[in-house]
Write a protein that binds this ligand. Sequence first.
Ligand SMILES: Cc1cc2nc3c(=O)[nH]c(=O)nc-3n(C[C@H](O)[C@H](O)[C@H](O)COP(=O)(O)OP(=O)(O)OC[C@H]3O[C@@H](n4cnc5c(N)ncnc54)[C@H](O)[C@@H]3O)c2cc1C
Length: 411
Amino acid sequence: MIDFELSPEIKNNRDMVHMVAEQYMRPLSHQFDENEHEKPWDFLNMMWEASRNSPVSIGGDGKKKKADQEPSAAPQRGLLAAVAIEELSWGDAGLYLSIPNPGLGGAAVAAAGTPEQRQRFLDRFKSGKPKWGAMAYTEPHCGSDTAAIQTTARRDGDSYVLNGTKIFVTSGLMAAEKSEGFVVVWATVDKSAGRAGIKAFVVENNTPGMTVVKCENKMGIRASDTAMIVFEDCRIPSDNILGSPVVQETTEGFKGAMATFDATRPAVAASAIGIGRAALDFTREALEKEGVKVRYGIARARLTAIERDFMEMEANLQAARLLTWRASWMMDQGMRNNLEASMAKAKAGLAVTQVTQKAVEILGPLGYSRQLLLEKWMRDAKINDIFEGTQQINLMVVARRILGYSSKELN
Ligand SMILES: Cc1cc2nc3c(=O)[nH]c(=O)nc-3n(C[C@H](O)[C@H](O)[C@H](O)COP(=O)(O)OP(=O)(O)OC[C@H]3O[C@@H](n4cnc5c(N)ncnc54)[C@H](O)[C@@H]3O)c2cc1C
């Protein structure tokens, strides 16, 4: 059965999160955009307390739905998160990304970890002080081409020893040094094995040999910290490897790590839609104040140019939202959503960059002024077209899945 109606639980959660976005996030937007490396501690502490009762964590808890479970009995954590993330990003995408949370690191543990590892690494997010998780795959010479990772993990007795440099790690500073969190690091255990040699490792906060060397100065999502982390003879327990330590001839192990993106791409898409909706709502209100009302239900030929633009923006966001909900719903059902996650991410990333630019264009100087938030949303939008796989990379994943090519055959 196809059902596009959200459950009462998800709707209630959406309304509550929207209230937080409007009352607590919007008033902080300017300040933490202007002062990139400051932290809104009151807000972060409040969100940490709230999230312990209803966590908006990407990738859920990693528990698979049982085969005999009724679809209606399946937990809707992915869909709930997608809807909540849209609201939080409507409030402020940078602040949303800075909320204490298992984050991308948690999604990797949920996707590739054993039950024991999920408990060991994720249970800490239910108590104590605020904590962050992060994931580090990008390096100075590779991001899209994850198979080219140079960071090494050498087995030494009961340990792995990590060496290499990771860049652009979201929440890297908070996860690595400022909380009792962790960083999931992708490294190769055998360069000659190519993709098959790449594994994910959990590095606990403040492990000797892991150093945050700088935080980036960015165009958008400036409330979120983005760190460069160097690993120098960083020794971690051997049971911190996610998935099997065996290097198989196939790339099955690598696919396990890549499965993280099936959970994180719908989350990025949801965030993009939230920013786009913020821009659209603002533009509609600004036009209405000037006496320009968007008319629906009349012949296309009679629409004004602005009305046509407006409806196209709305349609693009709506299409992106439906793809995002579908990818999230499939994840909740325990279905493989690799194609749908990339479709949602590619569509939403493009839609939000176009919608925010068009909104600035429609409002002219009002859109360009730093007094208001529209120009900020235009800057915040672009990241959704870059991280968790760029627009081009996600379109390539879609093409591979539809045409039945491997990554070797189409890259
Ligand atoms: C604010 C921010 C936060 C980030 N957070 C994280 C994080 O938490 N963890 C992490 O590991 N990384 C993170 N990243 C890194 C991000 O995921 C990478 O920048 C992204 O994957 C692109 O990789 P790259 O930088 O190597 O660019 P490149 O791969 O060099 O891409 C440059 C351009 O070439 C295009 N391109 C590359 N290969 C192909 C191809 N085969 N076909 C067609 N076009 C291609 C790309 O689409 C892009 O347009 C973050 C980046 C930013 C800016």
